[in-house]
Design a protein around this ligand. Structure first.
Ligand SMILES: N[C@@H](CCC(=O)N[C@@H](CS)C(=O)NCC(=O)O)C(=O)O
Length: 182
C-alpha cells in the first residue's frame, strides 16, 4: 500500500481477510497482500507485488537497478519480512487458548529473531537519513512497515528504548503521505 501511494498508482484497496473468498479465489496460498491486476491475474507475495509496481511506474524508483544496490535493498526487505513473520507468529499464538499454546521455547525463538533483526537494522541505519544510499527506497518502506507492525502486534515491546536510530527513522518517515494509510 505504501509503494502504491509513493508511485501515485490508482488502485482499489480492499481490507479483505486472508481466509475471505475473494483472497482464496485469487491466491492459492490464501494470504494478504494479494494484488489483483486489471486483467484478472493475481500477484503475491509482497516482494513480487512491490517489484511489479516498481517496474510498472518508472518514478520514483524504489528498487535500485544496479545489482549490488538492488541486493542490499532487497536484503532490508527480507529482514523486515522475517521480523514481521516472527511478530505475527507470536500474536497469532497469543490468540490460542492458554492450555494449548506452544510454550516458552517458541516465544523465545521468535523474540530472538525480532531482537536480532531490529539490532541489525539499527546498526545498518546508524545515523544515516535513509536505510540505503541517499534516497528513499524500498529499504525505508520495509523498515517503517516492520516497526509499525511490531507496534501493532507486540504493543508491550519497548523497542524505541533499545533502538534510537530506528525510533528516529520511523518518526521521520511516517510524516510521508504514503504512510498515512497504515
Ligand atoms: N511473506 C509474505 C507474508 C504474507 C503473510 O504472511 N500474510 C499474513 C497476514 S500478516 C497472512 O495472510 N496470513 C494468513 C496465512 O498465513 O494463512 C508477504 O510478504 O506477502
Amino acid at each position: 500500500m505504501v509503494v502504491i501511494r509513493e508511485k501515485g498508482i490508482i488502485c482499489e484497496l480492499d481490507d479483505a481477510a486472508p481466509s475471505s473468498s475473494q483472497v482464496v479465489a485469487a491466491n492459492p496460498l490464501a494470504k494478504v497482500p494479494t494484488l489483483i491486476l486489471d486483467d484478472g491475474r493475481a500477484l503475491y507475495d509482497s516482494s513480487i507485488i512491490v517489484e511489479y509496481l516498481d517496474g510498472l511506474v518508472a518514478t520514483p524508483k524504489l528498487i535500485p537497478e544496479k545489482f549490488e544496490e538492488r541486493i542490499e535493498v532487497k536484503r532490508w526487505e527480507a529482514l523486515g519480512n522475517g521480523i514481521m513473520d516472527a511478530a505475527v507468529a507470536i500474536s497469532h499464538e497469543n490468540r490460542e487458548p492458554k492450555e494449548t499454546r506452544k510454550g516458552p521455547d517458541f516465544y523465545a525463538k521468535q523474540q530472538r529473531k525480532i531482537d536480532a533483526g531490529l539490532a541489525t537494522m539499527e546498526k545498518d541505519l546508524n545515523d544515516e537519513e535513509f536505510c540505503h544510499g541517499d534516497t528513499f527506497t524500498l529499504a525505508d518502506i520495509a523498515c517503517g512497515c516492520t516497526l509499525i507492525c511490531v507496534d501493532i502486534r507486540l504493543p508491550k515491546m519497548d523497542w524505541r528504548k533499545h533502538f534510537p536510530a530506528l525510533a528516529r527513522h520511523l518518526a521521520r518517515i511516517v510524516k510521508r503521505g504514503s504512510f498515512n494509510i497504515l
